[in-house]
Design a protein around this ligand. Structure first.
Ligand code: G3P
Ligand code: MG
Length: 500
């Protein structure tokens, strides 16, 4: 089984011996190859006190965790690593078809757009006009329906709750503000998580000032709804408050436990947790010594590492998910654990990216191996996993049907992402055109060295969208709809004139 090596953590083995902090008789610090790589004690030679004796450590200063790591990488590379964080042979269930995984009755863009008196005739006129233009420019319209965009969200369209302005304009073009008045198919594929799809799309639509439908939206845990068929009682971890319980309920899980339910049953399980009355009142305790939890689903980032890690480790070590027990054989009675995505870091408002689910998982893996001596087998969904991209295909085909009445996958798919290690590597492996933007994680040179975007690197999403449209629809493709266009004159290639 592959393991971490130093390179995964960006650790460089020193090539030059470091100065020993042990002075010689003359009080000078010598270069001692035996101490190469040792951590320097922060004390300048001039302030060195001869009253102290430095006793060399008998063990390597490197963290014990390195030997506990499990076939993972901080930066999976196209060149020397496969694009998966999962073990060979692992399977990741996804819903069989998007049709079965409709999450809610959601608004349809057109109906919403034309809702309200006064707006109807204008929109209807525009749609008729656009249809006429598309009939006349049938070849171009066909090409527009044979392409699709897949957008990463954080770092491409938004930063947290803040709009990336070019994102708004790019979506306007794809929503019909173009010379054909045509809707160019696009979906959203994010490793984000933590709230129901409808709540998240409503929030995004507000920020992006464009319609965002749940039918064109995939967050990291969306395909995990397929697991509802496999497990009865599940522990759902992560997210704010009880939002992930809500997500799991919407996905059809029958019996959902969250860490607060367990703490409310026995507060001694989480010795460092201060459990409030409000949390107790909102939790659902029961006698967990009588319950078998069948699987652990980490849906989103933990809000309380100490409590969540303790409970997860307790369950992983237990007999078939029964709290209060420790299995004699840590493997045969171990319940499965799933993570919704594997990103190590996430850019936030803080200047240095914050740890995400990937680092949480590595902590758990190290703890588990330290306690049991065996590797933790686990499953990771999200980009760049093949399962997530396969599910994206389902969503694209289904969205194509909604937009253009044709349930099929367009031939020319463009993934626009900011993270080479998830968006780009996944898109490249899946045969999509990949566009790397400079508005998020990637801050490098001409292209990412390990996972280069095959369609190019762009300053922002708008440039990526325009370049892709020009390639598919012609260099002169117009990125603006003109309500005054005259389809007859347009068809005869004369200069368009206003309809008075
Ligand atoms: O890493 C977690 C998440 O914020 C990443 O989102 O949209 O860049 O896949 P996204
Ligand atoms: Mg991103």
């Amino acid at each position: 089984m592959a393991t971490f090596d130093d390179a995964d953590f960006g650790v460089e083995t020193p090539t030059q011996p470091v100065q020993s902090s042990q002075p010689n008789a003359a009080g000078e610090h010598s270069a001692n190859p035996a101490h190469a790589g040792a951590l320097a004690i922060p004390m300048s030679p001039s302030s060195f006190s001869h009253d102290a004796i430095e006793v060399p450590a008998t063990r390597s200063p490197h963290a014990d965790a390195s030997k506990y790591m499990h076939n993972l990488s901080l930066s999976p590379s196209m060149r020397d690593r496969r694009a998966s964080r999962n073990s060979f042979g692992t399977s990741l269930p996804i819903p069989r078809s998007k049709r079965q995984s409709r999450l809610s009755s959601v608004h349809h863009i057109d109906r919403d757009a034309i809702a309200g008196s006064g707006a109807v005739p204008i929109r209807a006129t525009r749609e008729i006009l656009a249809a006429q233009i598309q009939d006349i420019s049938a070849d171009k319209a066909k090409k527009a329906k044979n392409m699709a965009f897949v957008f990463d969200i954080d770092g491409v369209l938004v930063h947290g709750d803040r709009l990336i302005p070019e994102g708004k304009r790019a979506l306007e073009i794809l929503n019909g503000d173009n010379e054909l008045g045509i809707k160019i198919p696009h979906i959203f594929l994010t490793n984000g998580s933590g709230k129901p799809e409808l709540a998240r799309t409503q929030q995004l639509a507000k920020i992006l000032q464009n319609p965002v439908n749940t039918e064109q939206f995939i967050q990291s845990h969306t395909p995990m709804r397929a697991l509802a068929e496999y497990y009865g009682t599940v522990l759902v971890v992560g997210g704010e408050g009880y939002r992930c319980r809500e997500v799991a309920e919407q996905y059809g899980f029958r019996d959902i436990v969250v860490p607060n339910d367990i703490v409310a049953w026995d507060t001694t399980i989480a010795p460092y947790r201060v459990f409030t009355d409000e949390e107790r009142a909102s939790s659902r305790p029961r006698d967990f010594s009588q319950v078998n939890i069948e699987a652990i689903l980490v849906f989103s980032d933990s809000r309380d590492y100490a409590t969540d890690m303790q409970i997860i480790i307790d369950l992983l070590r237990s007999e078939d998910g029964r709290l209060g027990t420790i299995a004699a054989d840590p493997v045969s009675q171990r319940i499965p654990i799933y993570f919704s995505q594997g990103d190590m870091l996430c850019p936030t408002e803080h200047p240095i990216p914050r740890m995400s689910q990937g680092t949480f998982r590595i902590g758990l893996e190290a703890m588990y191996k330290a306690l049991t001596g065996v590797d933790l087998e686990r499953v990771v969904y999200g980009k760049p996993e093949m399962a997530t991209y396969k599910y994206a295909d389902e969503v694209i085909a289904s969205w194509m049907e909604q937009l253009h009445g044709e349930e099929r996958i367009p031939e020319n798919i463009y993934m626009v992402g900011d993270n080479p290690a998830s968006d780009i590597i996944g898109g490249n492996m899946y045969g999509w055109n990949t566009c790397l933007v400079r508005t998020g994680v990637f801050q490098g040179g001409e292209n990412d060295e390990s996972n280069p975007a095959n369609f190019g690197v762009f300053p922002n999403v708008l440039e990526a969208v325009k370049t892709a449209c020009r390639k598919e629809l012609g260099e002169s493709f117009g990125f603006e709809w003109d309500d005054r266009i005259n389809p007859v004159l347009h068809g005869s290639k004369q200069v368009a004139s206003a309809i008075e």
